[in-house]
Design a protein around this ligand. Structure first.
Ligand code: ADP
Ligand code: MG
Length: 381
């Protein structure tokens, strides 16, 4: 094991101790794909800004962000369907794009899977899979098609037409087709968005299995946080054309470094309060300073917003003056999710067992039940 590996291990140890997580430097020899300060402008519009990212050999990295934040543009820049306005892209150590020149997709050895799968309707399943390896001998093509249809669990479907397949099966074919030429990097744009909810969850597991069996490096993009968190080795959260945070799913979820990441992941709410010597005074009572992440000292006397997720707070019927009022109630089966507006205007969300029910408009008291460190952000004025 190299020294750099050991440092990376240390960084994880520090995270376990509750320190904010920082993206560990990926050693040069492990980098499959790298962008350095990449921007893409369309006229006065900036779709991607100053994007620097390293993707590790064999990992699945998911770019996660709301609609319009620049995910598809990023993927198109990696694929060679767009040229960067500034910055460079390297794949397997080879420079494939800078501000002066960009290699087209067929000179990058990348595989592409789009959200609509884009299978060729007039070609059979086998012909679709063989499409990218037409230069190989018939025998080699047939061998590779068989191997890949096995991998995606579609052995025996060689002669079918795409129109005879279900959405999930079409996606498997699209994956097999993209993997056939043994790409250095597989790029997937919202690969599950055209599948129904049940199939989406099933295909997530399948994609993970297929990518890991193929041993391919992959970059996917999605706006679906559950998909990104459950599927990926690392998640890169994107907002307004820029990366906000990159890291393993748990690290990004538990230690969001910005207010945007915090509120985008996990339906978060915030409790505002003044940092005192021992506690933060909030509408629902004091929070010990020791329960806050990171270094609080420089902020004593300042207003901060403490991140609380639906499982961090519990509701009770109001005793006397209520802490707040229920503004929305959502039934999810095993639980209710309540939006509560506090007297000072703070909004929090709370998950409660379905056996307890508070109608909209109920006065409620809130108790902080989180037993973990809480992230916080200086209040924006
Ligand atoms: P996402 O995939 O995250 O929804 P996109 O990468 O498609 O976001 O778009 C990011 C921003 O760039 C949007 O504001 C979009 O309108 C703009 N954009 C994308 N492609 C073009 C284009 N070809 N011309 C002009 N603006 C574009
Ligand atoms: Mg998109």
């Amino acid at each position: 094991m190299t020294d750099t590996h050991l440092e990376a291990e240390d960084e994880h140890a520090e995270n376990a101790a509750g320190e904010p997580w920082r993206d560990a430097e990926i050693p040069d020899e492990d980098v499959a794909l790298e962008t350095d300060s990449v921007s893409k402008h369309y006229g006065s519009e900036t779709a991607v800004e100053n994007l620097s990212l390293r993707v590790r050999e064999g990992e699945l990295l998911t770019i996660l962000g709301p609609s319009g934040c620049g995910k598809t543009t990023t993927l198109r820049l990696l694929a060679g369907l767009e040229a960067p306005s500034e910055g460079t892209v390297h794949i397997e150590g080879r420079r494939v794009a800078d501000a002066d020149a960009a290699r087209p997709p067929n000179e990058r050895n990348v595989g592409l899977v789009f959200q609509d799968f884009a299978l060729f309707p007039h070609l059979s399943v086998a012909e679709n899979v063989a499409y990218g390896i037409a230069d190989a001998s018939d025998e080699a093509q047939a061998g590779r098609v068989e191997e890949l249809l096995d991998l995606v669990d579609l052995a025996g479907f060689e002669e079918r037409d795409p129109s005879e397949l279900s959405g999930g099966q079409q996606q498997r074919v699209a994956l097999a087709r993209a993997l056939a030429p043994e790409p250095d990097v597989l790029l997937l744009d919202e690969p599950f968005s055209s599948l129904d909810v049940r199939l989406r969850v099933e295909m997530r597991e399948e994609l993970k299995r297929i990518l890991s069996a193929a041993g391919v490096t992959a970059v996917s993009v999605t706006h679906d946080q559950e998909e990104a968190l459950s599927l990926s080795d690392r998640v890169a959260v994107m907002h307004d054309g820029q990366l906000e945070q990159v890291g393993p799913p748990e690290a990004v979820f538990e230690n969001p470094e910005s207010r945007f990441v915090a509120s985008f992941l996990g339906h978060a709410g915030f409790l505002s309060g003044n940092i005192g010597e021992e506690t933060v005074e909030t509408q629902v009572g004091p929070i010990p300073r020791t329960q806050l992440t990171g270094t609080v000292e420089p902020y004593v006397g300042a207003m901060v917003d403490v991140l609380v997720r639906p499982d961090d707070v519990a509701l009770a019927p109001a005793v006397g003056e209520p802490d707040g009022f229920v503004t929305r109630r959502q039934y999810t089966g095993p639980s209710f999710v309540y939006d509560v507006e506090l007297a000072n205007g703070d909004r929090v969300r709370c998950r409660q067992n379905h056996t307890e029910s508070y109608p909209v408009g109920s006065g409620v008291d809130l108790e902080l039940v989180a037993d973990h460190a809480l992230a916080w952000y200086p209040t924006q004025s």
